[in-house]
Design a protein around this ligand. Structure first.
Ligand code: ATP
Ligand code: GAR
Ligand code: MG
Length: 388
């Protein structure tokens, strides 16, 4: 073996796949881990390990077997206590075991952001019973949003318009939560003008920001994103200030996706990923160093030329609509012809589908982000999934 660094990634989906490609271009040797075989990132990695990321013993065994220079979490649901333990034994967890632990739990990251760091957030309360949910909604007012403290991609999340909807939202959250803590956050619904992800890179030399990424979500999951998102100077300054505070507190090196709601000149902190963000897939075409390149460089201590710029670009997701283990794709030629060839498509190679599962993304650059959004959406619509 000849390599610059040995990296073990925990989670091997589409974000991991692009990260592996970026890291391998810099000479890394990468082991991809996920709960199922042939996951997207495994297909491009040097080695693979198949085990559930919540299985602490299996996680330790993989680390001991490969002795990586860096352990890079790619998903949220990981046995983070084991990461803390391994970090204590000298294993380099990216960006830090504490960052993965705090962000896996909405209540922990919210307590840090709102209580300790004093960032602007929506009004919120935690609840462990229906009675507490009712009390929480009294505090936030209606509409409110109810989410399990442990979940991602909108799972178990609902918006409630009046008191009559609270019981169903509580039942839905409990049924769709991850882990064994029957706890939800009741959040004031923020009637935002738009929402953004601020990709924030923490390096040895300091903190860098990518131009803001606008995005549109449905069912708590992202449908399209665009960069640069038009923002007032005041709103971007507020968001950058909050992002810097939170990543400096979490520590370590790497790229973070910090999510904000924006209303006028006000930015409201929502949550963050201590890793590349799904809405940041647009950077595969918008920036000369994508979010995956930036994560790899920050982790490996390599220089990043600043400022990071973006040409107007957009991404639009390609979703499955049913369960299947025999998939084929059609329409790629039509998709790639959209916009006079200004578009690209990434198909993730997921071996199976389920309703709403993200299978690919269309990426476009154009004169402005509105044009890029139209092209990306049209191209995504031309890719057809054929189910066997
Ligand atoms: N308090 C709120 N007010 C208004 N909209 C909200 C609120 N909370 C969440 N949303 C909407 O739901 C989306 C998903 O919420 P959030 O990011 O908290 O969930 P998630 O499950 O962690 O998603 P992911 O892991 O994909 O980032 C947000 O991007 C936003 O569009
Ligand atoms: N919002 C988080 C996110 O986008 N995560 C990305 O989705 C994969 C899981 O997809 P799957 O559920 O289709 O296997 C993860 O591995 C990661 O790449
Ligand atoms: Mg989110």
């Amino acid at each position: 073996m000849a390599f610059t660094a040995k990296i073990l990634i925990l989670g091997a989906g589409e974000l991991g796949r692009e990260f592996v490609i970026s890291a391998k271009r810099l000479g890394a040797w990468v082991v991809a881990c996920d709960a199922y075989d042939n996951a997207p990132a495994m297909q491009v990695a040097d080695a693979r390990e198949v085990f559930p990321m919540l299985d602490g013993a299996a996680l330790r065994a993989a680390v001991e077997k490969h002795r990586p220079d860096y352990v890079v979490p790619e998903i949220e649901a990981i046995r983070t206590e084991m990461l803390v333990e391994l970090e204590g034994e000298g294993v380099n967890v990216v960006p830090s075991a504490r960052a993965t632990q705090l962000t896996m739990n909405r209540d922990r990251i919210r307590d840090l952001a709102a209580e300790e760091l004093g960032l602007a957030t929506s009004r919120y309360r935690y609840a462990e019973t229906l009675e507490e949910v009712r009390a929480g909604a009294q505090h936030t007012g209606f509409p409110c949003v109810i989410k399990p403290v442990m979940s991602s991609s909108g799972k178990g999340q609902s918006k409630v318009d009046e008191a009559g909807g609270l019981e169903a939202a509580w039942t839905y959250a409990v049924a769709n939560m991850r882990g064994d803590r029957r706890r939800v956050i009741v959040e004031q619904f923020v009637d935002f003008d738009y929402e953004i992800t601020l990709l924030t890179v923490r390096t040895k030399e300091g903190v860098l920001f990518c131009p803001p990424i606008g995005h549109r979500q449905q069912r708590g999951d992202y449908r399209e994103s665009w960069q640069p998102a038009a923002m007032s100077e005041a709103a971007i300054a507020a968001a950058q200030d909050m992002a810097r505070k939170v990543v400096d507190d979490l520590g370590g090196y790497g790229l973070f996706g910090v999510e904000f709601f924006v209303r006028g000149d006000d930015a409201i902190f929502s949550e963050l990923s201590p890793r590349p963000h799904d809405t940041g897939m647009v950077t595969l075409v918008s920036q000369n160093l994508s979010e995956f390149d930036l994560h790899a460089r920050a982790i490996m201590g390599l220089p990043i030329p600043a400022p990071i710029r973006a040409r107007p670009s957009a991404s639009a997701v390609i979703l499955a609509d049913r369960d299947s283990a025999a998939l084929r794709y059609a329409g790629l030629a039509d998709a790639l012809a959209v916009g006079g060839g200004t578009v690209d498509v990434r198909l993730f190679g997921k071996p199976t589908s389920r309703p709403w599962r993200r299978m690919g993304v269309a990426l476009a650059s154009a004169g402005d982000t509105d044009a890029a959004r139209r092209i990306a959406a049209e191209a995504a619509g031309k890719v057809r999934i054929e189910y066997g």
